[in-house]
Design a protein. Structure first.
Lengths: 113, 112
């Protein structure tokens, strides 16, 4: 069964460093999303991506964040200069055209030290 | 801003018993989604409701959306250990799909 794959499962980085979280969405899906969940808090929407551009982004998704679909299969989230408060579980999701169900990856736990 | 409140926060249920989880919005919902979260497994889609009064079932799980589209319930009949996990409701902030806000989750424990 097709699934969304995220790598790495856990990333530890030093404050101020750049980090790239990788996602491989399901191959025929056209909508892509990043969410995050800070430990003990609610899941939060970050950004949606369609047709090779950002379609929606939240207030959280500021200039230190960027997304890219570099090669037609990967979907990446880059955090340029990580802060302690960026520590969270980051979820990637994808959805097919016309579909109501978004498929989520298992998440990448980012720890900023 | 729109908020989703889930209740209860946690629930311990004897195996075989029924249970209900609620999700209430401060504003009318465009779409209401139920997901299940298990550690290390991401978020698993259960159901999506859009119309007032809509009800959907899958196996032993039934979800309903009230007529005013501000409250949804998730009902599990004859609970099993496989139902254990965290149940999350999410709602579209706007008519564009999946720019979701989320409830805090309900942790369900099934006692054998």
């Amino acid at each position: 069964e097709p699934e969304v794959t995220q790598t790495p499962s856990h990333q530890v980085t030093q404050m101020g460093q750049e980090v790239i979280l990788r996602c491989v969405p399901i191959s025929n899906h056209l909508y892509f999303y990043w969410y995050r969940q800070i430990l003990g808090q609610k899941v939060e929407f970050l950004v949606s991506f369609y047709n090779n551009e950002i379609s929606e982004k939240s207030e959280i998704f500021d200039d230190q964040f960027s997304v890219e679909r570099p090669d037609g299969s990967n979907f990446t989230l880059k955090i340029r200069s990580t802060k302690l408060e960026d520590s969270a579980m980051y979820f990637c999701a994808s959805r097919p055209l016309g579909g109501t169900e978004a498929f989520f990856g298992q998440g990448t736990r980012l720890t900023v030290v | 801003s729109q908020e989703l409140e889930q209740s209860p926060q946690s629930l311990i249920v004897q195996e075989g018993k029924n249970l209900t989880i609620n999700c209430t919005s401060s504003k009318t919902l465009y779409g209401l989604y139920w997901y299940k979260q298990k550690y290390g497994e991401g978020l698993i889609f259960l159901m999506m409701l859009q119309k007032g009064g809509e009800e959907k079932s899958h196996e032993k799980i039934t979800a309903k959306l009230d007529e005013k589209k501000q409250q949804s319930s998730l009902h599990i009949t004859a609970s099993q250990p496989s139902h254990a996990g965290i149940y999350l409701c999410g709602a579209d902030r706007f008519k564009s799909n999946y720019q979701l806000i989320w409830g805090a989750g309900t942790k369900l424990i099934i006692k054998p």
